[in-house]
Design a protein. Structure first.
Length: 623
């Protein structure tokens, strides 16, 4: 066992490694179901479990054992208050333990989570792929031999092959853990444990009546829109129909290269489609939105999944620890808890047990604050320190007259809201090198206030204004460009008081950003490999990666403070922590969260931080 792993285990706690093998069939399979729906399905049946005992329970036993039959008999003999569990994909095995056997180990370790933190984003993280990467041997569970068959239907030789393969997976998991533990930050083990428990020990409760109403309203609104447009869902899915309808509205279709032919830019990720959704022509915007909804209506799908989950129990929150390159959490299990809109009615369908409340705190403008502090842009930092409005200055410069934060009843309220929103966009979204077209598109989407329709010339003017008033930020971008050059050469050096070594940029908590695949493309651009191909890398992008990563470190530290204080975190959204506590403790919990999120970290002691939030009986603000 690695020294790091030993250090994080509580005194007297034993680690066991485990892996369940379970019944699955053609339709009842993780390939077609979420982890939560598969584990909680009435058809769930454990064929058995492989367990590696780190400490021998019996001198005559082998270290790794297979248990079939009445699995509960074996599991309930273990003192779980002093036993930690290790698994690969602990969300899966953990939900089985908690839902079917009522077992909650003292701590969870997960090699899948650790692999996301340690290895580059381009490498697959399945157990078999990781074992091959580290030269540990191949998986050999014969899934094809027991698909659709219950344990008692298997021949003895097949049962033996399943048991042997499962025990081999358990051994692979243990050896992976020892390898991944080397240099792994001790504090991050606790965050992995917290992340697993969001899913395996759920707290949030679904409201069937509200979720049913939201689903009905969304479905009816979709049907009304199609009726008004005079089209069907099937027609909207056909490119030829949408092209004809848009051209009738005077829209010039944009195209992109495809296999053997050009295709219209109708994907939700295409800039052209995003612009159509925000088009001033309401029919064009409606057609574009209806097309996206025809492909997949997020609210309908999400509501349906939450409603189904409510019938099975409390709402399991699935987050991927270090799911993003910047080490932030990401959504998983076909339910992205990272992008719930707080004001949406759907949030009212997510509540808590009677007597409890939800406490939400958001680290206000944390990326902007940390970016300007890192760059040494002292004028912006002083505005934050003095709690001045950081948006009206640049907004006033952009519009050429005074812009202020309006109060309700102000006759210029709408005008000032729009113009201040432009200043907010420039201050918060231009710190990573946004160009004119990007600024124009963001303004049209209304991300930072009411939609604003800027010309291309105004977009370039906004870009130049930000860069001329944030010269130290621009200098940081240039510095980052030089870092990429040195990193690509394999040099070891310090940047922003952070170590860069072996194409890794180390973070304050001991984790690192991986740029092991950094190289120049045939066009001379820097690129890094991702799960889905290659992505461009350049100075401002490196700055963005770093700032988001250190903001995540800060949020993780606040989460750990909640853990130590006994305050239950039930979800996280980028720079937010969502907690549940007794209603009588809500104000104290909110104050505690505010203090932790405002506490300047030791590695950036002068940054002025702030937070905002609310207390609610539902996931929605004011619920």
């Amino acid at each position: 066992m690695g020294a790091t792993a030993r250090a994080v285990v509580l005194d007297g706690m034993n680690i066991i490694t485990l892996d369940f093998e379970s019944f699955f069939g053609q339709e009842y399979t993780l390939d077609k179901m979420t982890v939560e729906s598969y584990v909680r399905d009435p058809r769930f049946e454990a064929h058995g479990i492989g367990i590696r005992w780190n400490e021998y329970p019996d001198a005559q036993m082998q270290r790794t054992q297979w248990y079939d039959g009445n699995v509960a008999n074996y599991l309930l003999q273990i003192n779980w208050s002093k036993t930690a569990c290790l698994a690969h994909h602990a969300h899966f095995d953990g939900l089985i333990l908690s839902h079917h056997y009522g077992i909650k180990p003292a701590m969870w370790f997960d090699t899948l989570s650790m692999a996301r933190a340690v290895l580059g984003p381009h490498l697959p993280k399945g157990l078999g792929a990781l074992a091959e990467h580290f030269g540990l041997g191949a998986k050999n569970v014969p899934y094809d031999l027991f698909k659709g068959k219950h344990w008692h239907e298997l021949a003895p030789a097949t049962q033996q092959a399943v048991a042997s393969g499962c025990c081999h997976d358990v051994e692979l998991t243990w050896h992976l853990f020892c390898l991944l533990s080397q240099g792994f930050p001790a504090s991050e083990f606790a965050l992995i444990d917290e992340t697993v428990r969001l899913f395996t020990e759920p707290v949030l409760v679904g409201s069937p009546a509200v979720l049913d109403q939201v689903y009905k309203e969304e479905r009816d609104a979709k049907d009304r829109l199609l009726t008004e447009l005079g089209v069907t869902t099937t027609q909207l899915r056909q490119n030829e129909t949408l092209i004809r309808l848009l051209e009738a509205e005077g829209v010039e279709i944009e195209w992109k290269p495809g296999k053997g032919k050009n295709n219209p830019c109708f994907a939700k990720t295409d800039e052209f489609m995003r612009e159509l959704v925000d088009d001033e022509n309401s029919r064009v915007a409606a057609l574009a939105q209806a097309r996206l909804d025809a492909a997949s209506n997020l609210t309908l799908t999400r509501t349906q999944r939450l409603r189904s989950m409510t019938d099975r129990g409390k709402l399991c929150v699935y987050l991927n620890y270090c799911g993003a390159h910047t080490k932030r959490w990401s959504g998983g299990d076909k339910m992205n808890w990272q992008n719930f809109r707080r004001g949406a009615k759907l949030g009212q369908g997510i509540t808590v047990e009677k007597g409890d409340v939800i406490v939400v705190r958001d680290a206000s403008q944390i990326e902007c604050r940390m970016l300007n502090e890192t760059a040494g842009q002292s004028d912006v930092i002083e505005k934050f320190r003095r709690k001045e409005d950081p948006y009206i200055g640049i907004a006033s410069q952009f519009y050429g007259h005074e812009v202020y934060k309006p109060k309700q009843g102000d006759p210029r309220y709408e005008e000032m809201e729009i113009k201040r929103g432009t200043g907010k966009q420039l201050e918060l979204s231009c710190g990573y090198g946004a160009g004119g077209p990007s600024i124009v598109a963001t303004a049209r989407r209304g991300t930072y206030g009411p939609p604003v329709y800027l010309s291309d010339i105004k977009g370039l003017a906004a870009r130049d204004l930000y860069r001329s008033t944030h010269k130290w930020v621009v200098a940081l971008w240039n510095s980052a460009g030089q870092v990429l050059e040195a990193m690509a050469r394999g040099e070891t050096f310090e940047w922003l008081r952070r170590r860069v070594e072996n194409k890794r940029l180390y973070l304050p908590n001991g984790l690192w950003l991986d740029y092991s695949t950094l190289h120049k493309s045939e066009h001379g651009d820097w690129q890094v490999q991702t799960q889905n191909g290659y992505a461009k890398m350049y100075g401002p992008k490196l700055v963005e990666n770093y700032i988001q990563a250190i903001a995540r470190v800060h949020l993780g530290n606040a989460w750990l403070s909640c853990r130590q204080a006994g305050l239950r975190v039930v979800s996280s959204e980028h720079d937010k922590l969502i907690c549940v506590c007794r209603e009588s403790e809500a104000k104290a919990a909110a104050s505690f969260l505010h203090a932790e999120l405002c506490r300047a970290p030791s590695w950036m002691p002068d940054v002025p931080l702030d937070s905002e939030g609310y207390i609610s009986h539902t996931y929605a603000k004011g619920g």
